[in-house]
Ligand binder design. Structure first.
Ligand code: 13P
Length: 250
Protein backbone atom coordinates (compact mmCIF):
# COMPACT_ATOMS: atom_id res chain seq x y z
CA UNK A 1 0.00 0.00 0.00
CA UNK A 2 1.35 3.40 -0.95
CA UNK A 3 1.28 6.03 1.74
CA UNK A 4 -1.11 8.92 1.29
CA UNK A 5 0.48 12.30 1.83
CA UNK A 6 -0.80 15.85 2.16
CA UNK A 7 2.10 18.28 2.24
CA UNK A 8 1.97 22.01 2.78
CA UNK A 9 4.66 24.08 1.09
CA UNK A 10 4.56 27.43 2.87
CA UNK A 11 7.10 28.94 0.45
CA UNK A 12 8.37 32.33 1.71
CA UNK A 13 5.43 33.03 4.01
CA UNK A 14 4.97 33.19 7.75
CA UNK A 15 5.94 34.87 10.99
CA UNK A 16 6.45 33.45 14.47
CA UNK A 17 2.89 34.33 15.34
CA UNK A 18 1.33 32.97 12.18
CA UNK A 19 3.30 29.71 12.46
CA UNK A 20 2.02 29.18 16.01
CA UNK A 21 -1.55 29.94 15.01
CA UNK A 22 -1.48 27.80 11.86
CA UNK A 23 0.03 24.75 13.56
CA UNK A 24 -2.19 24.87 16.62
CA UNK A 25 -5.24 25.02 14.37
CA UNK A 26 -4.05 22.10 12.26
CA UNK A 27 -3.20 20.08 15.38
CA UNK A 28 -6.57 20.57 16.99
CA UNK A 29 -8.50 19.78 13.83
CA UNK A 30 -6.63 16.79 12.43
CA UNK A 31 -5.48 13.88 14.56
CA UNK A 32 -5.80 10.95 12.14
CA UNK A 33 -2.67 9.04 11.16
CA UNK A 34 -3.62 8.91 7.48
CA UNK A 35 -2.96 10.78 5.33
CA UNK A 36 0.51 11.70 6.52
CA UNK A 37 0.59 15.48 6.96
CA UNK A 38 3.91 17.21 6.29
CA UNK A 39 4.65 20.93 6.49
CA UNK A 40 7.50 22.72 4.75
CA UNK A 41 8.18 26.03 6.54
CA UNK A 42 10.94 28.49 5.67
CA UNK A 43 14.21 27.34 7.33
CA UNK A 44 14.11 29.94 10.08
CA UNK A 45 10.90 28.49 11.52
CA UNK A 46 12.08 24.87 11.61
CA UNK A 47 12.96 24.94 15.30
CA UNK A 48 9.60 26.43 16.18
CA UNK A 49 7.86 23.82 14.04
CA UNK A 50 9.90 21.04 15.66
CA UNK A 51 8.94 22.21 19.15
CA UNK A 52 5.28 22.58 18.25
CA UNK A 53 4.89 19.28 16.41
CA UNK A 54 7.19 17.00 18.39
CA UNK A 55 4.40 15.05 20.10
CA UNK A 56 2.14 14.82 17.07
CA UNK A 57 1.91 12.61 14.00
CA UNK A 58 2.55 15.60 11.72
CA UNK A 59 5.97 15.64 10.06
CA UNK A 60 8.00 18.55 8.73
CA UNK A 61 10.77 19.16 6.25
CA UNK A 62 12.74 21.75 4.31
CA UNK A 63 11.84 23.44 1.04
CA UNK A 64 15.37 22.99 -0.28
CA UNK A 65 18.81 21.78 0.77
CA UNK A 66 22.40 22.19 -0.33
CA UNK A 67 23.91 19.57 -2.61
CA UNK A 68 27.14 19.97 -0.62
CA UNK A 69 28.60 18.85 2.66
CA UNK A 70 29.01 21.63 5.28
CA UNK A 71 31.63 24.15 4.18
CA UNK A 72 32.15 27.60 2.72
CA UNK A 73 28.78 28.00 0.95
CA UNK A 74 27.32 31.30 2.13
CA UNK A 75 23.56 31.26 2.46
CA UNK A 76 23.16 27.50 2.03
CA UNK A 77 21.78 24.90 4.46
CA UNK A 78 23.23 21.39 4.71
CA UNK A 79 21.31 18.14 5.09
CA UNK A 80 22.94 17.57 8.51
CA UNK A 81 21.48 20.86 9.74
CA UNK A 82 18.01 19.81 8.68
CA UNK A 83 18.40 16.56 10.62
CA UNK A 84 19.41 18.64 13.64
CA UNK A 85 15.92 20.17 13.53
CA UNK A 86 14.10 16.88 13.15
CA UNK A 87 13.34 17.13 9.45
CA UNK A 88 12.42 13.86 7.81
CA UNK A 89 11.82 15.24 4.31
CA UNK A 90 13.15 17.82 1.88
CA UNK A 91 11.59 19.14 -1.30
CA UNK A 92 14.02 19.06 -4.23
CA UNK A 93 13.62 20.69 -7.62
CA UNK A 94 10.53 22.77 -6.91
CA UNK A 95 9.71 24.69 -10.10
CA UNK A 96 10.36 27.99 -8.31
CA UNK A 97 13.89 26.77 -7.51
CA UNK A 98 14.32 25.61 -11.11
CA UNK A 99 13.08 28.86 -12.66
CA UNK A 100 14.16 31.65 -10.24
CA UNK A 101 17.41 30.06 -9.03
CA UNK A 102 18.35 28.22 -12.23
CA UNK A 103 18.51 24.77 -10.67
CA UNK A 104 18.94 22.34 -13.54
CA UNK A 105 18.21 18.63 -13.66
CA UNK A 106 21.77 17.72 -12.67
CA UNK A 107 21.79 19.95 -9.59
CA UNK A 108 18.36 18.68 -8.58
CA UNK A 109 19.60 15.10 -8.93
CA UNK A 110 22.62 15.95 -6.76
CA UNK A 111 20.30 17.39 -4.10
CA UNK A 112 18.14 14.27 -4.28
CA UNK A 113 21.23 12.11 -3.74
CA UNK A 114 22.52 14.34 -0.94
CA UNK A 115 19.19 14.14 0.90
CA UNK A 116 19.25 10.35 0.72
CA UNK A 117 22.88 10.13 1.76
CA UNK A 118 21.74 11.68 5.04
CA UNK A 119 18.52 9.68 5.31
CA UNK A 120 16.21 12.54 4.46
CA UNK A 121 13.34 11.53 2.17
CA UNK A 122 13.44 13.69 -0.96
CA UNK A 123 10.21 14.86 -2.54
CA UNK A 124 11.25 15.29 -6.16
CA UNK A 125 9.17 17.94 -7.92
CA UNK A 126 8.66 17.57 -11.67
CA UNK A 127 6.40 19.33 -14.12
CA UNK A 128 6.11 21.11 -17.45
CA UNK A 129 5.48 24.75 -18.34
CA UNK A 130 2.40 25.80 -20.30
CA UNK A 131 4.50 26.32 -23.40
CA UNK A 132 5.98 22.83 -23.11
CA UNK A 133 2.50 21.34 -22.68
CA UNK A 134 1.18 23.23 -25.69
CA UNK A 135 4.10 21.98 -27.75
CA UNK A 136 3.32 18.41 -26.75
CA UNK A 137 6.53 18.10 -24.74
CA UNK A 138 5.06 17.19 -21.33
CA UNK A 139 6.23 13.58 -21.30
CA UNK A 140 9.63 14.41 -22.72
CA UNK A 141 10.26 17.10 -20.09
CA UNK A 142 9.22 14.86 -17.23
CA UNK A 143 11.18 11.92 -18.59
CA UNK A 144 14.31 14.10 -18.59
CA UNK A 145 13.64 15.32 -15.05
CA UNK A 146 13.33 11.70 -13.88
CA UNK A 147 16.25 10.47 -15.98
CA UNK A 148 18.69 12.86 -14.32
CA UNK A 149 17.88 11.34 -10.94
CA UNK A 150 17.86 7.79 -12.30
CA UNK A 151 21.29 8.25 -13.87
CA UNK A 152 22.90 9.85 -10.84
CA UNK A 153 21.33 7.31 -8.53
CA UNK A 154 22.47 4.42 -10.72
CA UNK A 155 18.90 3.39 -11.37
CA UNK A 156 15.53 3.16 -9.83
CA UNK A 157 16.63 2.07 -6.35
CA UNK A 158 16.72 5.70 -5.26
CA UNK A 159 12.94 5.76 -5.49
CA UNK A 160 12.51 3.16 -2.77
CA UNK A 161 12.68 5.95 -0.20
CA UNK A 162 11.41 8.98 -2.07
CA UNK A 163 8.23 10.75 -3.07
CA UNK A 164 7.48 12.36 -6.43
CA UNK A 165 5.37 15.50 -6.78
CA UNK A 166 3.90 16.27 -10.17
CA UNK A 167 3.41 20.02 -10.28
CA UNK A 168 2.54 21.44 -13.69
CA UNK A 169 4.14 24.89 -13.66
CA UNK A 170 1.06 26.45 -15.29
CA UNK A 171 -1.11 25.29 -12.38
CA UNK A 172 1.07 26.68 -9.58
CA UNK A 173 -0.39 29.74 -7.89
CA UNK A 174 -2.59 30.45 -10.90
CA UNK A 175 -5.90 28.99 -9.75
CA UNK A 176 -5.74 26.79 -12.88
CA UNK A 177 -5.79 23.22 -11.62
CA UNK A 178 -5.00 20.32 -13.90
CA UNK A 179 -8.15 18.29 -14.40
CA UNK A 180 -8.12 14.96 -12.55
CA UNK A 181 -7.74 13.25 -15.94
CA UNK A 182 -4.81 15.44 -17.01
CA UNK A 183 -3.04 14.83 -13.70
CA UNK A 184 -3.79 11.10 -13.72
CA UNK A 185 -2.34 10.80 -17.23
CA UNK A 186 1.00 12.23 -16.10
CA UNK A 187 1.07 10.32 -12.81
CA UNK A 188 0.48 7.11 -14.73
CA UNK A 189 3.23 8.07 -17.17
CA UNK A 190 5.68 8.63 -14.29
CA UNK A 191 4.81 5.25 -12.81
CA UNK A 192 5.26 3.55 -16.19
CA UNK A 193 8.65 5.17 -16.67
CA UNK A 194 9.82 3.80 -13.32
CA UNK A 195 8.19 0.43 -14.00
CA UNK A 196 10.47 0.01 -17.03
CA UNK A 197 13.23 -0.43 -14.45
CA UNK A 198 11.40 -1.91 -11.47
CA UNK A 199 7.70 -2.68 -11.28
CA UNK A 200 7.65 -3.11 -7.52
CA UNK A 201 9.28 0.24 -6.80
CA UNK A 202 7.04 1.93 -9.37
CA UNK A 203 3.96 0.52 -7.71
CA UNK A 204 5.13 1.55 -4.24
CA UNK A 205 6.31 5.12 -4.75
CA UNK A 206 3.85 7.82 -3.68
CA UNK A 207 3.18 10.36 -6.43
CA UNK A 208 1.42 13.48 -5.21
CA UNK A 209 -0.12 16.30 -7.23
CA UNK A 210 0.50 20.02 -6.75
CA UNK A 211 -0.90 23.11 -8.44
CA UNK A 212 -3.83 25.10 -7.07
CA UNK A 213 -5.11 22.24 -4.91
CA UNK A 214 -8.09 23.44 -2.84
CA UNK A 215 -10.77 21.70 -0.81
CA UNK A 216 -13.19 22.14 -3.73
CA UNK A 217 -11.04 20.25 -6.24
CA UNK A 218 -9.08 17.88 -3.97
CA UNK A 219 -11.60 15.05 -3.81
CA UNK A 220 -11.79 14.46 -7.55
CA UNK A 221 -8.01 14.66 -7.91
CA UNK A 222 -7.39 12.21 -5.05
CA UNK A 223 -9.98 9.81 -6.47
CA UNK A 224 -7.61 9.08 -9.36
CA UNK A 225 -5.80 5.73 -9.08
CA UNK A 226 -2.25 7.09 -9.40
CA UNK A 227 -2.65 10.27 -7.30
CA UNK A 228 -1.53 9.59 -3.74
CA UNK A 229 -2.09 13.01 -2.22
CA UNK A 230 -1.21 16.63 -2.70
CA UNK A 231 1.55 19.21 -2.41
CA UNK A 232 -0.37 22.31 -1.44
CA UNK A 233 0.94 25.86 -1.68
CA UNK A 234 -1.34 28.81 -0.99
CA UNK A 235 -4.14 26.78 0.58
CA UNK A 236 -1.74 25.25 3.14
CA UNK A 237 -1.45 28.66 4.84
CA UNK A 238 -5.09 28.40 5.89
CA UNK A 239 -5.50 25.72 8.57
CA UNK A 240 -9.16 25.07 7.86
CA UNK A 241 -8.58 24.70 4.11
CA UNK A 242 -5.51 22.49 4.62
CA UNK A 243 -7.38 20.15 6.97
CA UNK A 244 -10.36 20.03 4.62
CA UNK A 245 -8.00 19.03 1.81
CA UNK A 246 -6.54 16.29 4.01
CA UNK A 247 -10.03 14.97 4.70
CA UNK A 248 -10.62 14.57 0.95
CA UNK A 249 -8.30 11.58 0.74
CA UNK A 250 -9.07 8.07 1.92
P1 13P B 1 -0.29 26.49 -5.11
O1 13P B 1 -1.08 25.43 -4.35
O2 13P B 1 -0.31 27.82 -4.45
O3 13P B 1 -0.69 26.52 -6.55
O4 13P B 1 1.25 26.02 -5.08
C1 13P B 1 1.57 24.73 -5.43
C2 13P B 1 3.00 24.50 -5.09
O5 13P B 1 3.89 25.06 -5.71
C3 13P B 1 3.31 23.60 -3.98
O6 13P B 1 4.65 23.29 -3.94
Amino acid sequence: MRSKIIAGNWKMHGSKDSVTALLSNIKSNFAASSPQLIVFPPYVYLEQVQQTLKDTKIQWGAQNLSANEPGAYTGEVAAQMLLDFGCKYSLVGHSERRSFYHEDNILVAMKFAQAQRHHLIPILCVGETLQQREQGLTEEVIREQLQAVLLLQAGVQGFRQAVIAYEPVWAIGTGLTATPEQAQEVHQFIRRELAKQDEVIAAQVSIIYGGSVKAVNAKSLFAMPDIDGGLVGGASLDAHEFVEIAKCIN
